[in-house]
Design a binder for this molecule. Structure first.
Ligand SMILES: [Fe+2]
Length: 236
């Protein structure tokens, strides 16, 4: 793999921000949104396995898959079910399908390029995929590692807590709102309207730093990749 291809793939994920500027000014603490949709993104947008639910569940993977019955209150998620059952749940029950650690060759090439561009230990970047029907996604939460969200199909709205709000502990979620706890113990209810809104369409890439509170809303049937890039010891 040439250095140029490596740089091109990662540069497409953060365009028009230059790689050095991303590394110096954004990574790993600031969120970042790219809607430039540069040519290398077409590699992911057109991957056959990402064009249908049948294709997605057939991609080899190294970890669990899961069905979330987001439209059926009280029904528990199911893990590691047969392919045809995932397809049926998606089509008949409008369930969200979650598949982890995709082993598709093009996706693996992107992971290698991202590891190299971010100078993190090879093998760190891993890609999961979510496909979901319209409606509210996961409630407010934060993840303990950095992620790139890559929208492949449909549109999805992401709500991120403002940069200056506490990350991880210090906020709690209550329905659509976040509760901010001040140092003196007083609590304030923060409306979702105060949050930053990012509307992702095919080719959009959103970088979400570790511990940043977020929630989502799917506008139309959506498939997105989550590239986990948990920070690691930089290579010398
Ligand atoms: Fe998340």
């Amino acid at each position: 793999m040439s250095t140029q291809v490596t740089v091109n793939r990662f540069s497409a994920m953060v365009a028009p921000t230059e790689l050095d500027a991303f590394l110096n000014d954004v990574w790993p603490y600031q969120s970042h949104f790219s809607q430039a949709v540069e040519p290398p993104m077409q590699e992911l947008m057109t991957l056959p396995g990402l064009q249908s639910i049948e294709g997605l569940v057939a991609i080899p993977r190294r970890a669990k898959c899961r069905i979330h019955y987001t439209h059926e209150k009280g029904r528990n998620p199911e893990t590691n079910v047969p392919h045809d059952e995932m397809v049926r749940a998606f089509n008949a029950s409008q369930a969200t399908i979650y598949v982890q650690q995709l082993q598709e060759p093009t996706i693996r090439a992107w992971c290698q390029d991202v590891d190299a561009a971010l100078k993190i230990t090879p093998g760190t970047a891993r890609v999961n995929a979510f496909t979901s029907p319209p409606g509210r996604g996961l409630g407010w939460h934060w993840d303990d590692h950095e992620i790139f969200i890559i929208q492949v199909r449909g549109t999805k709205r992401w709500y991120l807590a403002p940069e200056d709000w506490p990350r991880g502990k210090g906020l709690t979620a209550e329905g659509d709102d976040l509760i901010l706890t001040h140092e003196n113990g007083e609590q304030a209810r923060r409306d979702i309207g105060e949050c930053r809104i990012f509307d992702l369409t095919p080719g959009s890439v959103l970088f979400v730093p570790s511990d940043v509170w977020h929630t989502t809303e799917t506008k139309e049937e959506s498939l997105h990749l989550v590239m986990n890039v948990g920070r690691n010891v930089p290579m010398n």
